[in-house]
Design a protein around this ligand. Structure first.
Ligand code: FAD
Length: 257
């Protein structure tokens, strides 16, 4: 890891490659977000410090290059972050789950990234080679993050003891990009949503209503928290209706404490 960090810092226009399930698509298509075509690739897939799921300091720590399959199979992840396991199960199909990583989903920063609302609902912390970034400060704009150009994600830390539920709606149950993806917690009040704005976001008005135990108010308020658009996958009005339906459904699944 030390060598990789050093190499990344000293090599201009370099991009890390983890599972490659986003980056290889970009390399083939010639479309590079959020930065231009790289002149060098740093393969981080096999760096041992970036692998594994472990408990540390009252948190669950997941290595940035741990695959979705590794997360799905981890006993600790199943026990402590079942909503993240549920999200990992919906990503692509087996091949993508074997290669895709949490670090890649974060750095790619797609508004439709399926783990991102879950990480927001858990108040995860993104640990890089130089600092810790609270997840609600990580997404700074469309496909933009708080990462510096030479900053490597090392791990994600998730506080223990929170009940979060997850739901994704796509064109079909598997191999689908989200039209709406959501993760919700009652305590603390969190309603995090993807595919309804330029960034994965926390629905502030809905969360305020949830904190007052006003479920109906939260569902109504959600309409003002999101900024869905019409695109190839769906329409703004469909996304708005589905987002409110999912929030209602997830709240019904979460017992009041
Ligand atoms: C067929 C298919 C289906 C898919 N289905 C889904 C889906 O259902 N849901 C979903 O959310 N996504 C989906 N994806 C997108 C992709 O699989 C995920 O975003 C995945 O998490 C990317 O991880 P990766 O390790 O493959 O990233 P890579 O492709 O290796 O990298 C992605 C980006 O992250 C950067 N990066 C990687 N690791 C680090 C690091 N440690 N530090 C800093 N930057 C880093 C890379 O430089 C690159 O910019 C799909 C992709 C394909 C091809």
């Amino acid at each position: 890891l030390k060598d990789a960090v050093q190499w990344y810092r000293s090599t201009p226009e370099c991009r890390p490659l983890a599972g490659g399930t986003d980056l290889m698509v970009m390399l083939h298509a010639g479309t590079f977000r959020p930065r231009p075509r790289p002149r060098a690739i740093l393969d981080v897939w096999s760096i041992p410090e970036l692998k594994g799921v472990r408990r540390t300091q009252g948190m669950l720590e997941i290595g940035a290059a741990e695959s979705y399959t590794g997360i799905i199979r981890s006993r600790d992840a199943q026990e402590h972050v079942p909503a993240l396991v549920a999200a990992a199960r919906t990503i692509g199909a087996a091949q993508i789950q074997n290669r895709g990583t949490l670090g890649g989903n974060l750095a790619n920063a797609s508004p439709a990234g399926d783990t991102l609302p879950v990480l927001l609902a858990y108040d995860a912390v993104v640990v890089s080679d130089r600092r810790s970034i609270p997840i609600d400060q990580f997404f700074t704009g469309y496909r933009k993050t708080a990462l510096q150009p030479d900053e490597l994600i090392v791990a994600v830390r998730i506080p223990l003891g929170r009940r979060v539920v997850f739901r994704k709606v796509g064109t079909r149950a598997a191999q689908a990009i989200s039209k709406v993806v959501m993760a919700v917690s009652r305590s603390p009040a969190r309603a995090a949503i993807g595919s309804v704005a330029e960034v994965p976001l926390r629905a502030a008005r809905a969360e305020a209503a949830l904190a007052r135990h006003d479920d109906a108010g939260a569902v109504n308020a959600l309409a003002d928290d999101i900024r869905p658009i019409d695109d190839v996958r769906s329409t703004a009005s469909y996304r708005r209706a589905v987002a409110q339906n999912i929030l209602r459904e997830l709240l019904d699944a979460l017992p009041r404490s």
